[in-house]
Unconditional design. Structure first.
Length: 245
């Protein structure tokens, strides 16, 4: 039950002015049972598409995706309540003027009583060390602080699975480290795409995506090495990309 399984999944989209759809992800099958899973690969390789399959934001064109027992097409509501999704840009996620209001908003469905909701929001914000920032305008916070608030708002409802799409892209070193430690301490199963190879090396399992295909699946150190080799090979094909002799 506590696994994510992709069974013969592919993703295609229609292209304007063309009869043939574009394939974003080629047919693949995977069972993910590890607690920490990293997804790495070049821009446009298909990482976000893969992550979005996990909460039904993208639906498979073929095959099935089952997350902790629920099919992402036939049980999308349950899937969405089990899967917390944190986007790269926290401002696309934080919709309320302050972090506290945002955390309370995400608790609206699960806690009907407003006093209880406020108490739970306080506890969640405290757990992440965010109480001092909770009542400031989100526009006055740094990117890292916003990212942590977005994470707190998603974790407030205690999802079984946490999906993070390049969560450290906007963060400085200190906030990146804070995010890294926060993620390390979570009970949830975490699936994360990242360009941050230190973060990738913390994972129990790494998938390397290249042009819509999973070209490596295994140990983090070997996955990062494969990704570096792919980058080097791609650069060698460019006239300007050759390493200096
Ligand atoms: N809805 C869509 N329609 C057409 N092309 C898309 C759509 N979503 C993503 N793509 C394309 O699919 C490829 C993979 O995108 P994405 O999964 O966002 O890659 P990554 O997250 O690795 O940068 C890219 O070439 C992107 O432009
Ligand atoms: Mg992406």
């Amino acid at each position: 039950m506590n696994s994510i399984s992709f069974s013969r999944v592919s993703v295609r989209v229609a292209v304007d002015g063309s009869d043939t759809p574009k394939t974003l992800l080629h047919d693949f099958s995977l069972d993910l049972v590890e607690r920490r899973i990293g997804v790495i690969g070049a821009n446009g390789s298909g990482k976000s598409t893969l992550l979005r399959l996990l909460n039904g934001l993208v639906q498979p064109g073929g095959g099935t995706v089952v997350v902790h027992g629920d099919d992402t097409v036939t049980a999308v509501r349950r899937v969405r309540s089990n899967v917390g999704f944190v986007f790269t840009d926290p401002l696309s996620q934080l919709v309320m003027p302050t972090g506290r209001e945002d955390v309370e908003l995400s608790l609206r469905r699960s806690i009907k009583n407003s006093k209880e909701r406020a108490a739970r929001a306080e506890a969640v914000l405290g757990r992440f060390g965010l109480l001092d920032l909770a009542d400031q305008s989100i526009y006055e916070l740094s990117g890292g602080e916003r990212q942590l608030l977005a994470l707190a708002a998603v974790l407030a409802v205690n999802p079984k699975v946490l999906v993070l799409d390049e969560p450290s892209t906007l963060l400085d070193l200190r906030n990146r480290e804070l995010l890294r430690r926060t993620v390390a301490g979570l009970d949830q199963q975490v699936i994360m795409s990242t360009h941050d190879l230190d973060l990738a090396l913390d994972m129990d399992r790494v998938l390397v995506v290249e042009s819509g295909r999973i070209v490596f699946d295994g140990d983090a150190a070997a996955g990062v090495a494969r990704y570096r080799a792919l980058c080097a090979a791609a650069l060698d094909e460019l006239p300007m990309g050759k390493a200096p002799q």
